[in-house]
Design a protein around this ligand. Sequence first.
Ligand code: ADP
Length: 261
Amino acid sequence: DLNTRVQIPSNDEIGSLAKAINDLAVDLQRYRDTRREFFANISHELRTPMTYLEGYAKVLRDGLYETEEEKQKYLDIIHQESIRLTHMIHDLFELSKMEEGKIILHMEWIDLTEVMDHVIQKVKPKAKSKGLDIRVEQPDRLPLVYADGLRMGQVFMNLLDNAIRYTETGTIQVQLRQEPSHVVTIVEDSGIGIPPEELPSIFERFYRVEKSRSREHGGTGLGLAIVKQLVDMQGGTIQVSSVLGKGTRFEITLPIGGDSQ
Ligand code: ADP
């Protein structure tokens, strides 16, 4: 039991040894917690694409589509989500081999409008099934950012998935724009909102506003922790503002990268 601590009997060598053992126990516990959280994160992240695979495979199996194009679109989503799963499983194996459990980023110059377009195509049917509109506002040309395209897709996916899950009527507004040194992405919904006192905590692992409400919406409280971690790792920032009963707005910035472009 790692909670058991060695008694520190004195200030001599025995005392220092006892202290060293206690410190080791604390480190080991921290390592175990990190590992446990890591596996919890992974299974959460695997569940989202699985939901889409299951859903669209069922739609195709039961012939619940009207046109060939529609069928093709669902097949494309199944294909893309399979690729995403393969990528994640690859990372999982890679990570399990590493003692530190660091996530490896594949950084490259990417166009966030392309990343966002892909994600919106994926979530559109889900939004439509709830009668929600997704409106996108973006310039014709956005500066490239140096980031991991798949991870940014995961970030946008989590935000849009939340926006859809926590909104009953209205519109989800997505905006991408350029600022002097950043590209800003905004995802704003007209949903149930988050109480002000809970706002500072929502990026914590496993944090859910009202557990029952979250369970009803199929959440685990890990999505935003992952989002924050991924954005931080890519040198970005994320902020949230919300009005209870009116809606929630997430704003992500990523540095444009100065003259290295
Ligand atoms: P979950 O899987 O429970 O949705 P997240 O980490 O994605 O976990 O979000 C944490 C909590 O923040 C959620 O349980 C939910 O209560 C709240 N939340 C997140 N996004 C929204 C949103 N767009 N509107 C209202 N509440 C939200």
